[in-house]
Structures are given as C-alpha cells and as structure tokens.
Design a protein. Sequence first.
Length: 480
Amino acid sequence: MKEKRILLFFSCLCVGISLVIASSQHTCPANLEAKCGDGSTDDWEGEFFPGIKKIKYEGPTSKNPLSYKWYNAEEEILGKKMKDWMRFSVAFWHTFRGTGADPFGAPTKSWPWEDGTNSVAMAKRRMRAHFEFMDKLGVNRWCFHDRDIAPDGKTLAETNANLDEIIALAKELQEGTDIKPLWGTAQLFLHPRYMHGAATSSEVGVYAYAAAQVKKAMEVTNYLGGENYVFWGGREGYQTLLNTDMQRELDHLAKFLQAAVDYKKKIGFNGTLLIEPKPQEPTKHQYDWDAATAFAFFQKYGLQEEFKLNIECNHATLSGHSCHHELETARINGLLGNIDANTGDPQIGWDTDQFLTDIAEATLVMLSVVRNGGLAPGGFNFDAKLRRESTDVEDMFIAHVSGMDTLARGLRNVAKLIEDGSLAELVRKRYQSFDSEIGAQIEAGKADFETLEKKAMEWGEPSVASGKQELAEMIFQSVL
Ligand code: XLS
Ligand code: NI
Ligand code: NI
C-alpha cells in the first residue's frame, strides 16, 4: 500500500515536471509587447489542438461540452439550412490576439503556440492555428483587422509587405476549403497616431495615413474573397467639444467614406460596406452613436445606398437600447447587414464582449434576422472574447460552441413562435383599426387634417383596446 502511494507520488511528480517542461518552452503571453521567444520561426510540430476532434452535432441531450446541442448546420429550419441562417464567423482579434489583460491586470493567456513576439513568423504560426481552429469548429468564415494578423513594420511600405506575406499564407490555407473572410477591416485605433481619430483627426497626415491603410485593407479583403468590409470608428468622435470642430470632422468622415466607396468600385470589390455603430469607448462620444444616428448621417451625406450596418449587441446596450431595438431600426430602414454577436454584462458599463448565452436575447436577435430574410452576404461574427479567467485552449472551443448553440436555439424558438402564430395575430389585431377605409387613406398619405377632424367629430371619444403586453410576453416565454 505504502509502496503504491510512493509510486503514485513519483508518477504525479513526473507528470507535473513534464508539464512544467513542456509548458516552459511556450509560456510567453499572447500580447503584443512581450519578447520572450525569438520569433524567428513559424515551425510547429503536429496539430495546434491535438486533444480536440471536429465538433459534431450531438443533440440537446448530450453532455459533451465539445459538441453542438442545438446547432445542426445542415438541418433546415424555416426554409433554410441553419448554417445559411447563421453564417458564423470567428473574430481573429479576440480568439487569437485576446490576451485576457484588463486595465488592472496583465495577460492571463499563454497559448502553447505563442512565442511572445509580434514577428511575421509568429503571425504565420498563429494563422495556421486559426485555420485548424475553424476547421475543427466547423465554421467557414473569419473576420480580421489588418494589424491583428500581421505586425507593423518601420514604414507603411514595410507594414504592407508584412501584411502581404500573411495574406499570401491565408490565401494558401483557404485554398481547397470553403473558408473566406466574412469581413475585413483596418485597425485605426491602437497606434498613437490615431489618438485624435483617423478620418476625423485634426491632422491631415493622419487622415492620409488612415486612407492608405483602408485602401490596403480593402484590397486584401477583396483578394481573400471577403464578403463585406467594416468601418468601426473607435476613435472617430471626441473627448471634449471645446477643442472640436464637429461639423468639420463629420464632413471629413463623409468624404473619407465616399472615397472608400469610389475605391471599392475601382477595384471591383463587390462586398458590402458596413458601419458599426457604438456610442462611446474609447472616445467619450463616437459619431456613429447608434443605428438611427448612422442612418441620419448616411442620409445627410448621400451614402444610404452604399452602406449598411453591422450591429453589435454590446454596443446596442451601451447606447441605451436593446440589441433587438438596434436590429429592428436597421432592418426597417433596409440597413441590417451583419451582426457582431456578443453581449454585455448587466452590471458592468463597458464593452465586455462576452459570448451571447442568454436564450431570450438570442431569440429576439433571431426574430430580427428571420424578418430580414437572413443576413447574407453578412453573418454573425463572434466579436466576443474569452473571460480573463478562461485560460485552457479548450475554452476557445467551448465559448464558440456555447455562443453558436445559443443563437441556434434562438432560431428554433423563432420557428416555434411563427408556427404558433399567436404573437403575429396579437400584433395584427392591435393595428386592425388602420385596416379601415380611413386608415388606408392615412397610410396612403391622403387624409388631411380637415378630413380627420370631421371623423373625430363624427366618432366622438375613440375606443381604445388593451395593449396586451403581458399576453405578448407570455407567448414569447412559452417558446423559450
Ligand atoms: C469594438 C468593435 C470592434 C469592431 C472591429 O468595440 O466591436 O471590435 O468590431 O473593429
Ligand atoms: Ni464589433
Ligand atoms: Ni465592440
């Protein structure tokens, strides 16, 4: 007995030691600054995720965290395959560049393949890991910023050359697969040159630099077969109006976006251009505050035919709306182009970018998507990060599986809601007074105030029916 225990003690120690040895070779944090490897090689032996097999649909009774319980890619729901409703995408920046750092704490993630450098070789190795990840997850779209996939060089030309090298590899890895970018974008917020903004910077040199960066990012997105291109104006806003010429900055932004439209046409890029509204963070006020603000901006500057919106759920709540509100605002104006699928925390007031796991919220999101007839050529981009405390490689998979399953469950709930029909009937009844002759006249813009006054006199005090809010909520709850 004693002997056995000693043996066990030693074998544990050995496993412990070998784990320490194995991990000590690759324990550099996944951040941009650290330099604990030499970054000279993109070599990697074997798989990046050796312990993980392709994730399969096992149905709602499965207890396997690495399986889909609700997302069954090939299954048809409401006349479309689930994969075609969803068009899921992995966000390179969160999944492969997320470090777990927060304003108070150092990075927590030490992915085995990271060597702690921001070299081109490291970028290549990381890109390979990303493609294996997508393959095992069963997701065939991805989103990227130019600077997450390739490091800055000393000059713009050198930076572009770095990017070209990584894009060539991504192209090669895409070959023979159906993987392509859902969208690409330029990172116009990290570098100090963008501290006053990019297209709304007070410095003309920065405006030009940003234009050059977007030009290149559009070219590479097009080259990889990207279906959309996103503008998120992280620093397009202000910190104080006292030093800001808002009119001039907005005019500059419009000219910048128009130039992007012109360039898109010039290079034959057929992807949709998307604006991603957000009210603030990092600026105190971002110009694309919410969907309605962005729509007004498009109309003022004649851009409404050229742009759609990428609605992010956490941005919606930061602007004081629900995600459903933002989606509906975009949808009814013909602007719903893509969704950055994430959610905030009800107790935290910033962009926590968590994976969406609330079934009720997912059902409302999917209601808008179904009403929109889908999102194509847009989709769902998981602009969501692992929590700081989730540090196992398998957590990367679990987080995506959980987010995908939640939305899939939302879609199934919407199908139930539609099949049941009572919510639509409740809404129809609520407005049925407008199905009258005078209602039709109003809706056709043919009822003037004199006509309406005559009706009001004739009818006397109008009868007002119940709004049936609790009943609507009860019906909604019944499908969750
Ligand atoms: C940040 C944004 C960003 C965009 C892409 O809050 O969501 O991640 O989606 O630049
Ligand atoms: Ni986003
Ligand atoms: Ni965001």
